[in-house]
Design a binder for this molecule. Sequence first.
Ligand SMILES: Cc1cc2nc3c(=O)[nH]c(=O)nc-3n(C[C@H](O)[C@H](O)[C@H](O)COP(=O)(O)OP(=O)(O)OC[C@H]3O[C@@H](n4cnc5c(N)ncnc54)[C@H](O)[C@@H]3O)c2cc1C
Length: 407
Amino acid sequence: MDFEFTEEEKMFRESLRDLLQKEFTPIVDEMDRKGPLTREEAIDMMQKFKKIGIGIDPEGSRELIGNPMIFAIFAEEVGGVWPSLLPLFGMGAIPAMFVPVASDAVKSRLMPKLESGEFIGCFAETEPEAGCDTSNLKTTAVLDGDHYIINGSKTWISNATIADTAFVAAIDSSTGKETFFIVEKEISPWETNELHKIGWRASPTGEMFFEDCRVPKENEMGAIMAEAFKLGPKMKEVLPVSDGFMKLLSTMSPVTALLTTPRAGMGLASVGIAQAALDASINYARERKQFGKPIGKFQLIQEMLYEMSVLTETARLLGYKAIDSIVKGDPDARRLSSMAKVYGGEAAVKVTYNAIQIHGGMGLSDEMPLERYFRDARIMTIPDGTSEMMKLITGYTLLGKGFSAYT
Ligand SMILES: Cc1cc2nc3c(=O)[nH]c(=O)nc-3n(C[C@H](O)[C@H](O)[C@H](O)COP(=O)(O)OP(=O)(O)OC[C@H]3O[C@@H](n4cnc5c(N)ncnc54)[C@H](O)[C@@H]3O)c2cc1C
């Protein structure tokens, strides 16, 4: 496997680093402390990324979502500066990527918002009684004339409180099966409630309540998505997908294939956090003096740095190996991306723990970003599939049919 980025990927990483350093590093600590971004702030943040061609509009998402290696670099670099921004793109892209294949009515309402950068999306699957077990959804959609009536509640939804468009999973009462709806707040309003959490403080997370929410029939996306996934090579003309993704479709379901990139991306975002914590610790170990010498001269500090470094490097190798398998359309992408997510998330927790230890009291102070790295790292093992579920997927992919521990 070749770990060298192409010239184009290197240039992207440089311009991204430059953007992050100029626009985000100076504001991250103060803004993260303030809490969830408002809708206006989130739009402003997303528009800054447009300068380097990244977004969730059709053009920007072709670059970001349709190119797993660019997504990986984005996840690692943004993870290293401000992980709270990632759900604006990762989750926001889910409704956005399907707008081009939606009905003409949906396109005419949403395309202008996407193109002007005024679109904030969310993906609403998790429910109070359906966390890991997404087969237990209680939200229902009942067809009534030319509308569906949606009833139910969702929880832990990224961007819920600021989104204008939600991609909502519900059980179609006529089939008893799960399907998805593009729900536009302007014409099909829902209620929300902010949830407060240990890390990713600037990322709004909330509950969503759908009470007799009337959604135009043409916003039902299950059948439309199934058609789009059957398009073969033409799929790339309408959806921001890679050649590797299209190869994956021959060995796994579209949803399983779609989940590989964000899971590997979460692993690499964790690497970004871990690297930031390691870099800060190396600087501190050189400068901070106790007993008349820099603490970096103490062997116990060096052992911590060794552990942090080996965890970070291993998580990075696994993350990019998973991404490489997605680029190639290798069926092993499911196992590798699951392992990258667990390993990366858990590595970031250990690395940021040690980083605080190396900084002593200063590590616990909010005058330095160490405590934020630790809080942000702690989030990484839950969304997009908990560590336990990722381990069970790994077990199943190793053992084969008949060995699923949860179905
Ligand atoms: C910050 C954040 C952002 C999120 N964003 C979104 C979003 O945008 N959209 C969305 O739909 N959801 C989102 N989620 C929800 C997330 O996907 C769920 O929290 C996750 O799937 C776990 O569900 P749960 O919290 O209900 O835990 P539970 O399912 O109740 O699990 C509790 C514990 O039991 C373990 N467990 C459960 N089943 C098994 C099993 N079979 N074997 C072994 N262990 C098991 C879990 O791993 C966990 O440790 C987000 C969550 C967070 C924290």
